[in-house]
Design a protein around this ligand. Sequence first.
Ligand code: SAM
Length: 261
Amino acid sequence: TSFGFKEVHEEEKSKMVGNVFSSVASSYDLMNDFMSAGLHRLWKDRLVAKLHPFPGMKHLDVAGGTGDIAFRVLESINSVSHSALRCGVTDEVEGGSRIYVCDINPKMLSVGKKRAAERGIDGSPVLQWVEGDAEALSFPKGSMDGYTIAFGIRNVTHIEKALSEAYRVLKKGGRFLCLELSHVELPIFKELYDYYSFSIIPAMGEVVAGDRDSYQYLVESIRRFPKQEVFAKMIADAGFQKVEYENLVGGVVAIHSGLKI
Ligand code: SAM
């Protein structure tokens, strides 16, 4: 069975997305590793490398419940700070940096907070956990140096609203980066990928997470998401400049970026 998503009213989409992530929250990491053969870790590393985090930065990671991106940004800031400390450029480690993890689902935020505790960084003032909607952010205009959204924008009801909110909260010179499952166009690889996503992923969801429907929804939402060029145009329409994208694994995922100038 599937959610028959196309027929559902928009208001119900948000509720359904909430249910999907509540039901997958606990098995989330395990499934990510299974489905991507561990590659999602490298894709997230790449996203954060492109962000070039720096000490003192104010960063917002939207749809970031599990903390995967935030922890990487924090590590990157710390490694830059430690080299600056060694060179005598600064005398403090985190230098007023703030990383806000915003997610609509409190259960996903709980997973992230638990993981922060396991890493012994739950007391850090740098990490701030905020329940909120990508379409109506609670942060002031021009308050962030960076904005990331990883595997999140596909689930947002009005993508344009999320993009214009990203633009609003960024400072001039601020960077927008989005990691998302995208579209494969290469012949043969496309057929293999289709088979993998339509047949294998829902079956894996059933076996590993005991939840076929949520993973069926995942596959359908990937198909409906705009192709790379179309999404790049939407980012530019939100006001961003220097919009680019990089395909990883032939377009299985893409990293889109833009600058607020
Ligand atoms: N960024 C994390 C990662 O890459 O591992 C989590 C990605 S998870 C697939 C998608 C997340 O988007 C879920 O935690 C879900 O609660 C969140 N989400 C869905 N719709 C949202 C919205 N409108 N605003 C904020 N978060 C949203």
